[in-house]
Design a protein around this ligand. Structure first.
Ligand SMILES: Cc1cc2nc3c(=O)[nH]c(=O)nc-3n(C[C@H](O)[C@H](O)[C@H](O)COP(=O)(O)OP(=O)(O)OC[C@H]3O[C@@H](n4cnc5c(N)ncnc54)[C@H](O)[C@@H]3O)c2cc1C
Length: 489
């Protein structure tokens, strides 16, 4: 048999369900003419539509080079093809299959609406050519759609979802499969297998209004380094995760999100390493908290699977469609550039713009600020995040934004509004994080670091006045949400 494995957001060889299924299938088939190729499709127009950040695209291209080598060790050549959009994938793959006499295509499922449509189109195109198409569940421990409540519906609250997840979870069944090189592959030419197409490099990156320096070098692309990072976190930091995870000046979280988002690492690898032979109940408090975050990731994947409207820009909660966002659109730029006059918000946005990553506590603070202080539609923020984040993941990003804007599933109630000053005082008391990203505030005493306009020497600083008054905006936000809720019929 000749097969093709189509890689998308699963850019790894270890524990890659579709790759290993395809390799098994080819290995077990009889006949002299057997072979397997891997394919990655660069879909620039689609990336532009989805606001995929330049940082994430660069990480993808860097990873493809490492992946080419890792696949070559398994005797699987990687083909990289450039097409405009998802609509072009069907004919591209059908032509490849015809040219190489491929009978079956394997891929891992994606759960976003456009991606599901893409796969349906590809499936029907291939089937009309008598080519098989198998989608594998790979992204989550439990496939989206498979965790249901007693009524047979999906969970709309995280804690019962998590309890159900934990109840079903059996560590003995958590297998991280390592592929073994194919004995023979008629489609593998050792001399050619390491050659990347000459048109695959940074010039392919589509820029979506980026402002940062696009430095992805801080992120690893070879599997061993990523696994080392996971190991270090599990052994050295996971125990203190519950204490440190909210402090942005400490590297207390794993910073594995770009790898999980692109599938350079699987969630099973993370959990297997964390458990290290133990049952979840035997984990320390910090370790259990980290496991919960991985389950949040699955919760949001389940949500987009059950509610495709989330991928089409809809609020999860129906009455939120009545919200009349009253903010000044001019403020969007100040928020994006980190010039709102609220240090914790501005420092966070500088971190995002310059590194492509932002600490989770800060994501919540800036998201709340955009929707509840600036009274701007959360979708502006959602898209801007995608255009900057190296770990941009539709489900987690949409879930995080809707949680913060109180429009989502199991979101925080609308009347809970983060105060950017007290959040700053609580999670960055000495302003260490703020001063790292806003050196112009270096001389501000701790007491005023989160409200520098109150400092007598504020006028000497090169730092803006607050663009809005938090107390006033809070009242406006409460009114805005209340009116929307009351107009529910
Ligand atoms: C407004 C907003 C937008 C967000 N956008 C994204 C996004 O585009 N991509 C993304 O991966 N995460 C997103 N998150 C979730 C979270 O902020 C990041 O996953 C986390 O900061 C990544 O850092 P880490 O790898 O050190 O996480 P850790 O704390 O070490 O957590 C481990 C992993 O669990 C997952 N995870 C952790 N928290 C969450 C969460 N709340 N929801 C879903 N998954 C989670 C991530 O895969 C993460 O890498 C967003 C959160 C908010 C509030």
């Amino acid at each position: 048999m000749r097969a093709l494995v189509w890689l998308r957001r699963d850019l790894r060889t270890i524990d890659n369900t579709a790759l290993i299924r395809a390799m098994d299938k080819v290995e077990q088939s009889s006949g002299a003419n057997k072979g397997l190729i891997a394919l990655f499709t660069v879909t620039q127009k689609q990336w532009q539509e989805h606001a995929v950040s330049a940082m994430q695209q660069q990480l993808i291209f860097r990873r493809l080079q490492a992946l080419t080598r890792e696949l070559a060790e398994l005797k699987v050549p990687l083909h990289i093809e450039v097409v405009d959009s998802y609509q072009d994938c069907g004919s591209l793959i059908a032509q490849l299959c015809e040219r190489m006499s491929i009978e079956h295509v394997f891929a891992n499922s994606d759960y976003e609406f456009n991606e599901q449509q893409r796969d349906e189109q590809v499936k029907s195109r291939l089937e009309s050519d008598n080519i098989g198409f198998t989608l594998c569940a790979d992204k989550c421990v439990f496939a989206p759609g498979s965790i249901l409540n007693k009524q047979g519906s999906y969970f709309k609250v995280f804690t019962p979802f998590k309890n159900s997840w934990l109840q079903r979870f059996d560590p003995a069944q958590l297998v991280v499969r390592k592929p073994v090189a194919l004995a023979t592959n008629g489609l593998f030419d050792a001399r050619q297998a390491l050659e990347l197409p000459s048109n695959i490099d940074d010039s392919q990156v589509v820029h979506n209004n980026t402002t940062h320096n696009n430095a992805t070098e801080n992120w690893q692309v070879d599997t061993q380094s990523i696994i080392n990072q996971l190991r270090l976190f599990s052994f050295q930091k996971a125990n203190n995760y519950h204490d440190n995870r909210d402090v942005p000046s400490i590297k207390g979280t794993s910073q594995l999100s770009p790898y999980l988002a692109l599938g350079m690492l699987s969630v099973r690898q993370c959990i297997a390493r964390l458990l290290n032979g133990r049952h979840p109940q035997q984990l320390s408090e910090g370790e259990q908290t980290w496991l919960s975050e991985l389950i949040w990731r699955e919760f949001y994947q389940h949500l987009i699977y059950f509610q495709p409207k989330l991928c089409k820009g809809a609020n999860f909660v129906a009455w939120c469609n009545n919200i009349r966002w009253q903010g000044d659109i001019e403020h969007l730029k100040s928020w994006q550039q980190g010039t709102t006059g609220y240090p914790i918000v501005d420092a966070a946005m500088k971190q995002l713009n310059q590194t492509g990553w932002m600490h989770n506590r800060l994501r919540m603070i800036v998201a709340s600020f955009l929707s509840k202080d600036l009274l701007l539609d959360w979708r502006f923020g959602e898209r801007y995040f995608m255009s900057q984040l190296v770990d941009g993941d539709f489900a987690a990003n949409n879930g995080g934004w809707q949680w913060s804007a109180s429009t989502g599933c199991d979101a925080q109630p609308y009347f809970r509004i983060f105060n950017p000053i007290s959040q700053g005082k609580k999670f960055d008391p000495q302003g260490e994080f703020v001063k790292q990203w806003l050196p112009e505030l270096q001389s501000v005493p701790d007491k005023y670091i989160h409200s520098p306009w109150l400092w007598e020497e504020f006028a000497s600083l090169d730092y803006p006045d607050p663009i809005v008054d938090h107390k006033k905006q809070r009242q406006r936000a409460l009114q805005m949400y209340k009116e929307a809720k009351n107009s529910e019929c």
